[in-house]
Design a protein around this ligand. Structure first.
Ligand SMILES: Cc1cc2nc3c(=O)[nH]c(=O)nc-3n(C[C@H](O)[C@H](O)[C@H](O)COP(=O)(O)OP(=O)(O)OC[C@H]3O[C@@H](n4cnc5c(N)ncnc54)[C@H](O)[C@@H]3O)c2cc1C
Length: 481
């Protein structure tokens, strides 16, 4: 008989969280700490969503999305998780660009970018300062019509090399393009520029294990392999329950960490929303997906330090279509040294490329396998220039595609970074449509990435707290007093 992953589950919770991405995990933790009963439902056998890892024969552990995040993660983890988690966050030392326009190393912060822009690119100090100040002042309530392209044109007209330096890493980090609102660029870029790029020492498996322990300490009921099929909404447009693995579990409130479009159109169902809201949801554009190639070297085999993060491109200039093309001309290499997982003797490399779902979704099984093989081989060819004789050292080689991301996270079209900007409004206005229904997760570019997801989880948990307080759902602690 198959295992019942919902055995002993209660028939009612204050809050049910659908999905254990960083926003779902953080939202669940904040609400449980506030005293609410919380059920966390995850369809996968592992928590973390895109913040994940996998193990392969020979003791290799690959991280999927541990390439870098801004320093703000330390504060968020200390405040909303634990000091222990915050203490494992360490800076990356070397960020590197190799492309036909320039070759450089940087610590990826304002000071170093200022130096590079002045000394290497010949931009005046006044222009650099004015650009940084403009980017840092941007916020959500600003003008949303200026595009990133217009922002760059204002400060660096005709300078495709400068645009590439400033934009290429952000496009890799969140899929944004020159046509997206400048404020999405300004917010994310400034977050990185404040102190550079950070990583989690010990790997994603350690982070998620520590998060799980904290959730358990705070009393969250965690269920894996639990696919939510439906969010039940009563005729008064109030959330009443979720249906998971064929079972109904009642609740006061739902925090969906599933894709915003699937939350509205599939899980809750469009009959529960105003027609205009359904139209708005349909119009939300998904962000792009990704391909990755995972390369593990034989135990003990390594390579000379070649940076932590390398933005490699053979394309003549910054070109979003080229970055998404299946005919790959640019890759971001993450180099993982034994220090990534202290005590290990492993050197690993993960190559990431932005990708279109449509390029991979229509292939036959044979074509798909052949194209994955080609992706692995072309990646090794490219890597040879940074890690000589890498083929002789490889112990494990494997690729993932937009189909893989779709399969494991159920994001429509395997979207790696949620939705374009308009998704944020739909996400935020969800509770005005259905009382008690909330969404937190990658949307609108600025709420994407590890830091964006964690912080959005906190923001929405606070909204849920207000909602539950207003509707009189007593916290256990309050009920006892
Ligand atoms: C290749 C790649 C590289 C990345 N690199 C970085 C990086 O270096 N730095 C960075 O900051 N960010 C990076 N990101 C982005 C970052 O990982 C994500 O933005 C973030 O982890 C998303 O968190 P989230 O809360 O939105 O949820 P997700 O991670 O999208 O998780 C959603 C969860 O909901 C679950 N779910 C969905 N539907 C259901 C259902 N019906 N029932 C039950 N469970 C359900 C899914 O299984 C999943 O676990 C990367 C992403 C990718 C794909």
């Amino acid at each position: 008989m198959s295992k019942d992953f919902l055995s002993d589950v209660r028939d009612h919770y204050d809050v049910i969280v659908i999905g254990s991405g960083l926003a779902g995990l953080t939202g669940a933790n904040v609400l449980a700490k506030a005293g609410y009963s919380v059920l966390l439902l995850e369809h996968h056998y592992q928590l973390g969503g895109m913040a994940t890892w996998f193990k392969r024969r020979g003791g290799h552990i690959f991280d999927i999305s541990l390439h870098g995040f801004p320093i703000g993660m330390i504060k968020s983890c200390r405040k909303y998780w634990t000091q222990e988690i915050a203490d494992s966050i360490v800076p990356l030392k070397g960020i590197r660009f190799e492309n036909p326009q320039f070759s450089l190393w940087t610590s990826f912060n304002r000071e170093d970018f200022t130096r590079i822009l002045i000394e290497k690119f010949g931009v005046t100090a006044e222009t650099v300062q004015a650009f940084f100040d403009a980017a840092r002042q941007m916020n959500y309530y600003d003008d949303q019509t200026t595009t990133t392209r217009e922002l760059f044109e204002r400060f660096f007209p005709g300078r495709s090399d400068v645009v590439r330096l400033l934009m290429e890493p952000i496009t890799y980090a969140n899929g944004s393009t020159l046509e997206d609102p400048a404020l999405t660029y300004g917010i994310v870029f400034s977050n990185f520029m404040s102190k550079g790029v950070y990583t989690f020492q010990g790997g994603t498996d350690k982070l998620i294990r520590q998060m799980r322990e904290e959730l358990e300490r705070n009393g969250v009921d965690i269920r894996i392999r639990s696919l939510v099929e439906r969010i039940e909404v009563n005729p008064g447009r109030q959330v009443s329950a979720v249906w998971v693995n064929g079972k109904r579990i009642a609740c006061q409130s739902v925090l969906s960490n599933a894709n915003i479009k699937s939350t509205v159109l599939n899980l809750a169902g469009e009959q529960n929303f105003d027609p205009s809201f359904v139209e708005e949801t349909r119009a939300v554009r998904l962000n792009n997906s990704s391909c990755q190639v995972y390369i593990a070297l034989k135990p003990g085999a390594g390579f000379d330090y070649c940076g932590d993060l390398l933005f490699h491109s053979e394309h003549s200039g910054f070109d979003i279509d080229a970055m998404l093309s299946k005919s790959i001309s640019s890759r971001t290499f993450s180099f993982y040294y034994p220090e990534t997982r202290p005590g290990s003797d492993r050197w690993l490399i993960v190559s990431s490329t932005n990708a279109n779902y449509a390029d991979w979704s229509t292939l036959s099984d044979e074509e798909y396998e052949a194209d994955k093989q080609r992706l692995c081989e072309s990646t090794l060819d490219c890597l040879e220039q940074y890690v000589p004789n890498v083929r002789e050292k490889v112990d494990w080689l494997e690729a993932s595609t937009p189909r893989t991301f779709r399969h494991y996270t159920r994001h429509l079209e395997g979207a790696s970074f949620g939705t374009k900007f308009e998704g944020l409004k739909v996400s935020q206005s969800l509770p005005q449509q259905v009382s008690g229904l909330f969404h937190a997760g990658s949307v609108g570019i600025i709420m994407s990435g590890w830091l964006g997801a964690v912080n959005y989880g906190v923001i929405v948990a606070n909204e849920i707290d207000k909602h539950l307080t207003a509707t009189g759902a007593l916290r256990p602690s309050a009920a006892a007093s």
